[in-house]
Every structure is written in structure tokens, then in C-alpha cells.
Ligand binder design. Structure first.
Ligand code: ZN
Ligand code: ZN
Length: 184
């Protein structure tokens, strides 16, 4: 089995997360998990729920230079699709469009594990996940900008008020009042 990123380099067997059978390249330290190994490992997991991660969460690792490089599936030769993980620094996980095997460049699996995303990597490639992650990124960015403009204290009062109005059955009256108040 050949490394998708280094021509002529063979992958050797290793285990990830304790008991997940995988293959690693000695040249680039990337890891390949075949779909058979992944699905049988997933069956023993207690939960496969994942949630979008906070945008710009600093996960403190250095992405592999290979992350920018495309590759072909070591199992079936098909194209590897990319899914962006919007942490700091952002990186891309790869997955075979044909067989579903998973490629992580050096260090990426450990970050997925740290974020709890390693249990359902296939979800990261769905339009629903991509959309929810973008929504989360916009919301986080908007909150940061609000804190910068208003300061921590007032910004949090605004967030609390927004939450209270959202939960109140007549919350829209409060919103309308605020909008009228600032119309001029
Ligand atoms: Zn390699
Ligand atoms: Zn494949």
C-alpha cells in the first residue's frame, strides 16, 4: 500500500486511538485508515455524536506541508476529497470519494481526537456539517467583533438580553423597541 503523498513510499501497520488499525508513512507520518477498519472500530464506540468546534480554537500544532497536496486513495486509487476543519490553524482531512477510507496528514488525527471528531469522520464531509460549521464560525466571529466594540461587560449584557428575548414568548416586542430606539 503506497502513501498518497509520497511516491514510492510504502505504508506500514500501526494503531491509532488505542485499537484502531491503521497504516502510516515513515516519510511524512501521515496515516491511512481503510473503511473496513474504521467501520468495525466505530461499531464498538459508545457514541458517534459530533458538534461543530469553536472557530479559531487554538489547537497548538503545526500542520504538515503535505496538507496542501492532493492525493489518490491507497486502497482503490480514487480521488481523495477534502473537508476543512476550521480551528487554528485550519487544516483539511481527506477521504476517498469511492471507498470512504480516511487520510490524515501528520498530527491531524491527534487533533481530531482532541476535538472528539475522530469518531464520525464521514460526517465532516456532509453538506449539513459544512453548513453548520460555517454558521458556527460566523456566529463566533460576530461575538468576537461585538466584544471588541463594546467591551466584555456590555457585550455579555447584550448576549444575555438576546438570549432572554429569544426565550420569551413576546421577545419580539423587546427587539422592536430596541430597533425603534436606534432608528434615528
Ligand atoms: Zn508519506
Ligand atoms: Zn478508495
Amino acid at each position: 500500500m503506497q502513501c498518497p503523498k509520497d511516491k514510492g513510499e510504502q505504508l506500514h501497520p500501526i494503531t491509532l486511538s488505542g485499537n484502531l488499525a491503521a497504516h502510516q508513512c515513515s516519510a511524512c507520518d501521515g496515516t491511512w485508515v481503510s473503511i473496513e477498519d474504521y467501520t468495525s472500530w466505530q461499531q464498538d464506540l459508545p457514541s458517534r455524536e459530533i458538534e461543530p468546534v469553536p472557530a479559531d480554537l487554538d489547537v497548538g500544532y503545526v500542520p504538515s506541508p503535505k496538507d496542501a497536496q492532493g492525493g489518490l486513495c491507497p486502497d482503490c486509487g480514487s480521488y481523495l476529497a477534502r473537508a476543512r476543519i476550521g480551528v487554528k490553524p485550519q487544516f483539511y482531512v481527506e477521504r476517498c470519494v469511492q471507498c470512504g477510507g480516511i487520510w490524515c496528514d501528520r498530527g491531524e488525527w491527534a487533533v481530531l481526537e482532541q476535538l472528539g471528531l475522530h469518531v464520525a469522520v464521514e460526517h465532516l464531509f456532509t453538506p449539513d456539517w459544512q453548513m453548520r460549521s460555517r454558521d458556527r464560525e460566523y456566529a463566533d466571529r460576530e461575538r468576537r467583533a461585538t466584544v471588541e466594540k463594546l467591551g466584555e461587560e456590555l457585550a455579555h449584557q447584550v448576549f444575555d438580553l438576546a438570549d432572554q428575548l429569544a426565550q420569551h414568548p413576546n421577545g419580539d416586542f423587546g427587539v422592536a423597541y430596541l430597533m425603534r430606539r436606534f432608528e434615528q
